[in-house]
Design a protein around this ligand. Structure first.
Ligand SMILES: [Fe+2]
Ligand SMILES: [Fe+2]
Length: 425
C-alpha cells in the first residue's frame, strides 16, 4: 500500500532516469545545452515521437517521464498509461501546448502527476521534478510512517468513482454516459444535484439530472463531488464521537473552500487544469480529519478540545497530541487515491505553505491556503474550530501580496451564498 511513497525514499542516491518524449527540437537543444547544470546526477534520454517513446518505456524503467502533448503519432493518454506497466512509480509530467483544448488537458489529469505549459523555462522543469520528489519524501517522514502503520480505516475510492474514471478512459464517453452512471446511485445523485443547484455554482436554470450537471460543470467537478459525498456518507456514523467536531460543518467548509479556491484560481490563471486542481484540493484539503477521527478518535478528540480551550489551530493541537497533522495525513490519502501532485501538495501544506518550498508562480496551494483562511474567519466558517490564519509573508515572498484583498472579496462573495444544501442533507 505504501510503495508509491516509499519508492524514491529507497532509491537513495542511485542514478535516476528521466525520459523526455517531445518533437520540440528547441526544447531538446536547450536541455542538452544545460544538461549538467539542470540535471546533475541524472541519466537523460530523449524520444522525438510517441513510437520511440513507447519503445523506451517498454525496454526500461524510469523515475521521471515527461511527455509533450505535441506528439502526433500516438495518443498521449495511451503513452502515459503504457508507462504504468514498467514504471508504475514514475513521476509523470505532461508538457502542454498553448493550442491544446482545455477539456482534452483536464481529461489527462488521471494519468499525469504534474502539468507544465510550454514554452516553459527549463528551470521550471527542474523545479517541477524536484517538487514532485519533495512531496514523496515528505510523506515518507518517520512521523508519517509511524502514524500510517497504525491506520486501520482508510476511506476507499467508491465503486461509482472508479467506474466514472473507467468511463472517462473511453473515447466515446459523454455527459450522457457519465450522467447515467451517476444516476445509478440514487442517494449520491440526489446530493450532487443539491450542490449543483446551490448558489456555489451560479447555474441559472434548475439542473434536474446528472447528465445535465456533467455538461454544465464538467466531468471532473461532478466526479469530485460524487467522491466527497460518498466519503462523508461512509463516515457519518462517527459524527457524534467527538463533541468539538461535526462532519456536516466540515462538509460545508470543504464545499466553501473549494468554491473560493477555484474563484481565486480563475482570477490568477488561464490554465483549466489549475482551476480543477484548486477546486479538487479545496474539496479534500481537510479529508485527513476523517482519517484521524476514524483511527485516533481519543487523540483527535483531545486535539479538538485543546484547540477550543486554548484557541490554537487544529493543526497545532494535532501536532502536539499526535506528532502529525490532518493536512499531511490527507495528502497521504490523496496520494494513495492517485490524485495529481499539485492537489496532494495543496492538501499536505494548506496550513504551512512555505513547507512546499519556493513557489514558481501561482499554485493551487496558494488558492487553498487563502480560501481556507478566509473561510475560517468568515461567519459561516466559525462553526469549525481551529482555523489557521493567512501567511501574508509567504504570499509577499512568493507571489503578489497586493492580490490578497481582491481574493478575499472573491471568496466572501462565494461564502455569502446560501449554504450548500448538500451540506445539510
Ligand atoms: Fe485544515
Ligand atoms: Fe480547512
Amino acid at each position: 500500500m505504501f510503495e508509491w511513497f516509499q519508492y524514491f525514499f529507497h532509491r537513495g542516491n542511485a542514478t535516476k532516469r528521466i525520459l523526455i518524449v517531445s518533437p520540440d527540437r528547441a526544447l531538446m537543444t536547450g536541455i542538452q545545452k544545460d544538461i549538467k547544470y539542470l540535471f546533475k546526477g541524472w541519466e537523460l534520454h530523449f524520444a522525438a515521437d510517441g513510437r520511440h517513446g513507447a519503445h523506451e518505456l517498454a525496454h526500461g524503467s524510469w523515475e521521471v517521464i515527461v511527455v509533450d502533448t505535441a506528439i502526433r503519432d500516438m495518443s498521449v493518454r495511451d503513452l502515459l498509461k503504457n508507462s504504468l506497466t514498467k514504471s508504475p512509480n514514475a513521476i509523470r509530467i505532461l508538457l502542454t501546448n498553448p493550442g491544446d483544448s482545455g477539456y482534452a488537458t483536464v481529461s489527462l489529469m488521471s494519468v499525469a502527476h504534474r502539468f507544465l505549459t510550454k514554452p516553459c523555462n527549463l528551470d521550471a522543469l527542474k523545479v517541477t521534478i524536484h517538487q514532485a520528489m519533495e512531496v514523496r519524501l515528505l510523506l515518507c517522514s518517520p512521523q508519517m510512517q509511524q502514524i500510517v502503520s497504525k491506520i486501520t480505516v482508510l476511506p476507499q475510492l467508491p465503486q461509482i468513482f472508479v467506474r466514472v474514471m473507467e468511463e472517462l478512459d473511453n473515447p466515446n464517453a459523454s455527459a450522457r454516459t457519465i450522467g447515467a452512471l451517476i444516476a445509478q446511485d440514487v442517494s449520491i445523485s440526489a446530493k450532487v444535484l443539491n450542490v449543483v443547484n446551490s448558489a456555489y455554482f451560479g447555474v441559472a436554470q434548475r439542473v434536474a439530472d446528472p447528465s445535465q450537471a456533467v455538461s454544465l460543470l464538467g466531468m471532473d467537478t461532478v466526479r469530485s463531488i460524487v467522491l466527497l459525498f460518498d466519503v462523508f456518507t461512509k463516515f457519518q456514523h462517527l459524527n457524534d464521537r467527538v463533541p468539538d467536531f461535526k462532519l456536516d460543518a466540515l462538509q460545508r467548509h470543504s464545499l466553501a473552500v473549494a468554491a473560493g479556491a477555484r474563484a481565486i484560481a480563475r482570477k490568477e490563471s488561464m490554465d483549466p487544469v489549475t482551476h480543477e486542481h484548486s477546486y479538487l484540493a479545496g474539496l479534500f484539503h481537510d479529508i485527513g480529519k476523517l482519517v484521524l477521527l476514524a483511527n485516533f478518535t481519543k487523540e483527535f478528540a483531545l486535539a479538538m478540545r485543546i484547540c477550543r480551550e486554548q484557541q490554537v489551530s487544529a493543526s497545532a493541537a494535532e501536532w502536539k497530541v499526535l506528532g502529525v497533522t490532518h493536512a499531511e495525513v490527507g495528502g497521504y490519502l490523496l496520494g494513495l487515491w492517485g490524485f495529481a501532485d499539485p492537489v496532494i501538495e495543496a492538501c499536505a501544506w494548506h496550513h504551512q505553505p512555505r513547507k512546499g518550498g519556493n513557489a514558481f508562480g501561482f499554485s493551487p496551494l496558494m488558492a487553498v491556503h487563502a480560501a481556507d483562511a478566509f473561510h475560517a474567519s468568515s461567519e459561516g466558517g466559525r462553526e469549525m474550530v481551529g482555523g489557521d490564519k493567512l501567511d501574508l509573508t509567504y504570499m509577499r515572498e512568493n507571489y503578489k501580496a497586493p492580490a490578497v484583498p481582491a481574493w478575499q472579496e472573491l471568496c466572501q462573495a462565494c461564502y455569502q451564498q446560501p449554504t450548500a444544501p448538500g451540506g445539510r442533507s
